[in-house]
Design a protein around this ligand. Structure first.
Ligand code: ADE
Length: 243
């Protein structure tokens, strides 16, 4: 997969995109990442990427020409077309399901907005879709691009050392359509009076499996009851939640 990001701060991606699992995945050529400076597509003396909004109002807007020229030229630099995604609080909410969908593309181009927003014609002309990280406002789309890159890359075959580890976790379909993950423990068995549940040390795999499922259900009921509405639960599990 090729992931590209267009930004007025193209250097902010460097450390994160080269660290840990993302760094290894790049070295192993599972994906490649490139960032581009939006100012390279400005043609005035001040290299301006923003301007005042028509109709008045506070703040500055990102101009349409640099974004459209940049996206077109980045697109044309390779034969494979990129899915062009703009980050804005007005986009589709990001989720594990969205990450799974995006992992199916061979090339993603992320457009990171700054200032108070982007001239609407940039969306009309070059956006395939818009994504929001959530109902809050960031100072720009760069963090959103890194969050989405991270969530997508770890789903690519070979990106995680252990192929199983992205299957069982919170929100994945294998936990019955998105329950929270069960609690996990490692050594020591006892720390400051807090014990690892006995069942996990019992070696009884059927009991462990049931405990984990029940723990997932309890945690979901406590922290994210909204998820239970869409979960596919058995009669026994529904009865368990009633208790
Ligand atoms: N840019 C500013 N706020 C954002 C958000 N919540 N999600 C995605 N991009 C953004």
């Amino acid at each position: 997969m090729i992931i590209e990001a267009l930004s007025v701060f193209p250097d902010v991606f460097d450390a994160y995109m080269h660290a840990s699992i993302l760094g290894r995945a790049q070295r192993e050529e599972i994906f490649e990442f490139h960032s581009y400076d939006l100012r390279d597509w400005t043609y005035d003396r001040h290299r301006s990427v923003d301007d005042e909004p028509y109709g008045g109002g506070a703040g500055m807007l990102m101009k349409v020409e640099p974004i459209v020229h940049a996206v077109e030229s980045i697109q044309q630099a390779r034969s494979m077309p990129a899915r062009t995604i703009f980050f804005t609080p007005a986009g589709t909410p990001f989720s594990q399901r969205e990450a799974e969908r995006l992992a199916g593309y061979e090339r993603l181009l992320f457009v990171c907005g700054r200032y108070e927003g982007i001239d609407e014609r940039a969306f009309e002309l070059v956006a395939d879709e818009c994504i929001s990280l959530g109902d809050y406002v960031l100072t720009g789309g760069e963090l959103a691009a890194m969050v989405v890159s991270d969530a997508v890359v770890r789903l690519l075959p070979g990106a995680l050392g252990d192929a199983q580890s992205s299957l069982d976790e919170s929100f994945s379909a294998s936990l019955s359509h998105g329950l929270l993950e069960y609690a996990q423990y490692t050594r020591p068995a006892s720390f400051r009076g807090h014990e690892v549940p006995e069942v996990l040390r019992s070696g009884d795999h059927a009991r462990i499996k049931r405990w984990r499922r029940e723990n997932s259900l309890e945690r979901t009921l406590r922290f994210r009851p909204d998820l239970l509405e869409c979960a596919h639960l058995s009669h026994e599990e529904l009865a368990f939640l009633e208790t």
